[in-house]
Ligand binder design. Structure first.
Ligand code: UDX
Ligand code: ADP
Length: 459
């Protein structure tokens, strides 16, 4: 099947960068990204590229280059569906907050709405590609909806999970380790392989059955998250034994069987995928009564929650067992550097805990605006919006955020934090001046020399 038009439903962190890179490498294909969120689409169409809804290094340049040429952003979902031979579903699949599977299973209502919409408006054959992270066998549900409510046309379903990491999305898309396509129809699989083939070498394009593809995505994220929880577990042991977790990471990472990536101890992993995908895996395993399998993977999340909690517990204990009325300067709110995404960021949970102990928090993040910080805290529903607003300030200068603070906490590993004038920061803080470096990015000896009481992870 020759693909001339692609529609992508969902203009988010996955859909936006993925389609930009597909369009860039396939000038003969018209790619239209649609979304029900009109504000988001307007931001994607803004002539001021700093207003794009998603910050990713290199993305604005691509959008500038091809927007209006073969890359379009629109709210007219039905027209885009009708025009296209291939439709990607890239909508959000958050963890359910109600009913059966609450707090565990993925909420597939947005996926189902998409499938019903496609079925309703499509009058020619379509290849439908699952791009969002989904529980295994979701393709079955999509297929059933399309075939039972559609206009008796042919739908081929493919699973094409996204492996890009935020902050390096464009680079990951341009040079993927592999592209995975799962499906039943060889013609459909090869049509999608051809789209990727315009810049990805064929040997990196894996073809599997649908269920292997869906499960591989969950498994890849579970393995990565497990590595972070494993090194974080060791970081606690390091703090009690005098070992240094950075040294341990380096020593084990040089073993080529283990490898050096994803061994950085931290305040705990965040992001929209790791926790959600593991919960999904646990939920599926429990559904099949595979309790040992479920318990095994659940432990990765338990360890991650423990890491966040023990970080704030240690801070409180060190500040003489109380943070009540004390200002804490927080550097970083995003779940990792080089992104404005804050989903499941450890900063949210650490702040929530410190607020419950009556601290006031002053935040600086280079890419996250105040409204987002407040929205993240309000979403937890721990206290009133007013209380959050009164006790959490957002500053546009890092030096203002930490002025008069009893402690500085580092939540995100933004590069710029390393180059601040830390002597100047020390001079404006209350004494003793504490740093809790949740990312181990500062030089311990330099900080101690300036006069700071410096605490990091696993040292
Ligand atoms: C992840 C997967 O890497 C990606 O393949 C998938 O498509 C989506 O989920 P992402 O969530 O964007 O990507 O970021 P990632 O780089 O994996 O980091 C996840 C979290 O783990 C971050 O909070 C990060 O700070 C933390 N992390 C990562 C560590 O604490 N230590 C590490 O060594 C690596
Ligand atoms: P992800 O990280 O998976 O890309 P995001 O939340 O960043 O998740 O993006 C998902 C996008 O999908 C949002 O912009 C949301 O408005 C959009 N969306 C959700 N449901 C639908 C739907 N039925 N039709 C069109 N867009 C949708």
């Amino acid at each position: 099947m020759i693909i001339k038009n692609i529609c992508c439903i969902g203009a988010g962190y996955v859909g936006g960068p993925t389609m930009a890179v597909i369009a860039k490498n396939n000038p003969n294909i018209k790619v239209t990204i649609v979304d029900i969120n009109a504000e988001r689409i307007a931001a994607w169409n803004d002539s001021d590229l700093s207003k794009l809804p998603i910050y990713e290094p290199g993305l604005a340049e691509i959008v500038k280059d091809i927007r209006g040429e073969n890359l379009f952003f629109s709210t007219d979902i039905d027209t885009a569906i009708n025009e296209s031979e291939m439709i990607f579903i890239s909508v959000n699949t958050p963890t359910k907050t109600y009913g059966k599977g609450k707090g565990m299973a993925a909420d597939l209502k947005y996926i189902e709405l998409c499938a019903r919409n496609i079925a309703k408006v499509a009058v020619t054959d379509k290849i439908v590609v699952e791009k969002s992270t989904l529980p295994v066998r979701t393709a079955e549900a999509i297929k059933s909806i399309l075939h039972n409510t559609g206009n008796h046309i042919n739908f081929d379903i493919l699973s094409n999970p996204e492996f890009l990491a935020e902050g390096t999305a464009v680079e990951d898309l341009l040079n993927p380790d592999r592209v995975l396509i799962g499906g039943e129809s060889e013609v459909a699989i090869e049509s999608l392989a051809k789209v990727y083939g315009s810049w990805v070498p064929q040997e990196k394009i894996l073809r599997t059955n649908l269920w292997s593809s869906e499960l591989s995505k969950l498994t890849a994220n579970a393995f990565l998250a497990q590595r972070v929880s494993s090194i974080n577990a060791i970081s606690e042991l390091c703090e009690h034994t005098g070992a240094n977790v950075n040294e341990v990471s380096k020593a084990i990472g040089m073993d080529s069987r283990i490898g050096s990536k994803f061994l950085k101890a931290s305040i705990g992993f965040g992001g929209s995928c790791f926790q959600k995908d593991i919960l999904n895996l646990v939920y599926i395993a429990r559904n099949y009564n595979l309790n040992e399998v479920a318990d095994y993977w659940e432990q990765v999340i338990i360890m991650n929650d423990h890491q966040k909690r023990r970080f704030s517990d240690r801070l409180i204990k060190t500040l003489y067992n109380t943070v009540s009325g004390k200002k804490i300067g927080m550097l970083g709110w995003a779940f990792k550097k080089d992104t404005n995404d804050t989903r499941e960021s450890a900063a949210i949970y650490v702040t929530d805990h410190l607020l419950s102990e009556q601290a006031t928090i002053s935040v600086y993040d280079p890419k996250v605006p105040e409204v987002k910080i407040q929205a993240d805290l309000n979403y937890l529903n721990t206290r009133s919006k007013n209380e959050n607003k009164e006790n959490v300030m957002s500053e546009s200068s890092p030096y203002e955020a930490v002025k008069n603070a009893h402690a500085v906490v580092i939540m995100t590993e933004w590069d710029e934090f390393k180059n601040y004038n830390w002597k100047k920061i020390y001079d404006t803080m209350k004494k003793p001046a504490f740093i809790f470096d949740g990312r181990n990015i500062l030089d311990k000896f330099k900080m101690k020399e300036i006069g700071f009481e410096y605490y990091s992870i696993g040292q």
